[in-house]
Design a protein around this ligand. Structure first.
Ligand code: HAM
Length: 507
């Protein structure tokens, strides 16, 4: 290999953000911050406080809350075993017995949460390890020792040596877990929480769909299930979108009934779907078995005419659900919130009952749902807490930002108020002091770390979009009168430090 080729090979490889994840960079992050700040302000006026739950939780929390059969839990979660730090893997096979004993102890003490097959797996490894030990000690013989050792390795690999955890695909489950864990039912009810942060789902990336995406969400837990709560939650999101001047906002609402009426409707739907099964695509066919409601969600063109003829849940709600839904709509009218009814709006998470809603916005293509939510009475109970009412929503922040950008809300690059052009050792100290004074007065200041010729400094100030250049040379330092240049028109003026601060405050 030539020396050149060798050098080329030595160059370390570059990294790229993992598929479906991305860096949010300035100036775009300024828009993200503004959106988040607006959410805090608006949600604050409705009496919500912020919760910051962890990014990972036990897998079982999401499986139970969101539903084991849902796409989110069955295909899209980032799940891994968090190996117990009490287990140090002994490299020599002789210590495997000690290691396995430790595993047994950790299962027993509950430190590693155990499922029925874990116990069986552990026994298989113990038996196989004994067999291999005997082989190695020469106390027994085997026709195929390598296969026995290989089996031991495979069984060992399958052993769960820690707890199953998942990156959160959503945060409603965490909010409910926290409500229970911190006995929030003892606080004045309802408890109103909001959150913002990254969520993780292994979906096929496309415009508006990422594997790490951001949600801004809110949950109302406890108290009554008064329809006014449903309406106020929706009113809050709409107020937020209005404040951001989001374009093309469309709210769809529905009621998907309760534990009483929904199962009967689902059975009816299943029976009707079976009659037209042959005309449906493979996804919908599968869902007749697993979750017939999700067939209503189908976007497959050929299925639309068939779906439109299916029985509608609105005609099969029990009296309480029908009354609740009617009252939610009245409460929305009272608040001047415009909505459309969409009987096919069923949502992709299992915990919903009664009110469901979704909001779409302009400029998003096929992934146009910018917010989804609904009522989930009973979820807290399902997670081991007291019977508790609940309702909430989550906004897809990435999509919200995309829609804002598409409608021309471009973030403005962060300029500087003042660029300090200094030259000479005497000026250095004055420049540092001036930067400190201006920053503490709230102005953004760029102080070049090394001396620059004035011409170059002014060019740099221009490139950074600075409004003013503060010119500090020997003359300025001696006279105590600083030169301030307005970059837009090139005018200059001489100012003392107090005059400068005064001028900037007024400009
Ligand atoms: P969700 O409908 O699964 O509901 O998600 C809410 C919103 O998050 C969606 O409308 C969408 O804007 C955004 N979103 C979801 N997946 C992605 C993705 N892969 N990339 C970009 N954005 C995405 C929930 O998560 C519920 N926890 C909402 C809720 C709160 N219901 C009651 N309380």
């Amino acid at each position: 290999m030539s020396e050149g080729a060798a050098k080329k090979e030595e160059k370390p490889g570059k990294f790229q953000a993992i598929r479906g994840t991305r860096d949010l960079l300035p100036p775009e992050t300024a828009l993200w911050n503004r959106v988040e700040q607006t959410a805090r302000e608006i949600f604050g006026t409705f009496g919500y406080g912020e919760i910051r739950p962890p990014i990972f939780e036990p897998t079982e929390l999401f499986a139970r809350a969101v539903g084991g059969e849902t796409d989110i839990v069955s295909k899209e979660m980032y799940t891994f075993v968090d190996r117990s730090e009490k287990l140090e893997l002994h490299t020599s096979i002789g210590n495997l017995g000690v290691f396995l004993q430790k595993v047994r102890q950790l299962y027993k003490s509950g430190e590693i949460s155990q499922e029925s097959q874990d116990q069986m797996g552990l026994e298989l490894v113990e038996n196989q390890s004994k067999k291999v030990n005997d082989l190695l000690a020469g106390t027994s013989k085997s026709e195929d020792a390598s296969r026995d050792i290989y089996t031991l390795i495979m069984l060992f690999e399958a052993l769960r040596l820690g707890n199953d955890i998942s990156l959160r695909p959503e945060a409603t489950a965490s909010a409910c877990r926290a409500y229970i864990e911190h006995n929030m039912q003892q606080l004045p009810q309802p408890v109103k929480l909001y959150y913002m942060g990254p969520m993780f789902r292994r979906e096929r990336p496309q415009k508006g769909r990422y594997r790490q995406f951001y949600q801004i969400g809110a949950e109302v837990l406890g108290g009554t299930d008064a329809p006014a709560i449903d309406a106020e939650v929706i009113e809050m999101v709409m107020t937020f979108f209005e404040k951001l001047e989001l374009k093309g906002v469309q709210l769809s609402v529905n009621s998907i009934g309760c534990r009483e009426c929904r199962p009967k409707y689902v059975e009816l739907l299943r029976a009707e779907l079976l009659k037209v099964k042959d005309k449906l695509g493979p996804d919908s066919q599968r869902r007749i078995d697993t979750n017939p409601l999700r067939v209503l969600d189908s976007k497959v063109k050929e299925e639309q005419a068939i779906i439109e003829k299916l029985p509608r849940i609105g005609d099969h709600l029990c009296k309480q659900c029908a009354d609740h839904y009617a009252a939610v709509k009245r409460e929305l009218d009272l608040r001047g919130v415009k909505y459309r009814e969409n009987w096919r709006l069923v949502r992709g998470l299992d915990y919903y009952m009664r009110t469901t809603f979704e909001i779409t916005a302009q400029g998003l293509g096929s992934q146009d749902a910018v917010c989804g939510g609904g009522r989930y009475d009973g979820l807290v109970e399902l997670l081991g807490g007291p019977p508790t009412k609940g309702i909430g929503f989550a906004i897809g922040e990435d999509r919200l930002i995309l829609s804002l950008q598409e409608s021309g809300k471009a973030p403005v690059a962060q300029g500087r108020d003042v660029y300090i052009a200094w030259m000479g050792e005497n000026a250095r100290g004055t420049a540092v002091r001036a930067a400190k004074a201006l920053r503490s007065a709230g102005f953004s200041v760029e102080l070049p770390p090394v001396e620059q010729k004035f011409g170059k400094a002014l060019g740099q100030a221009d490139k950074l979009g600075a409004k003013y250049a503060l010119i500090l040379g020997d003359n300025e330092v001696t006279s105590g009168e600083w030169t301030l240049k307005t970059l837009a028109d090139g005018t200059q003026q001489k100012l003392t430090e107090p005059q400068l601060l005064d001028f900037l405050r007024k400009s």
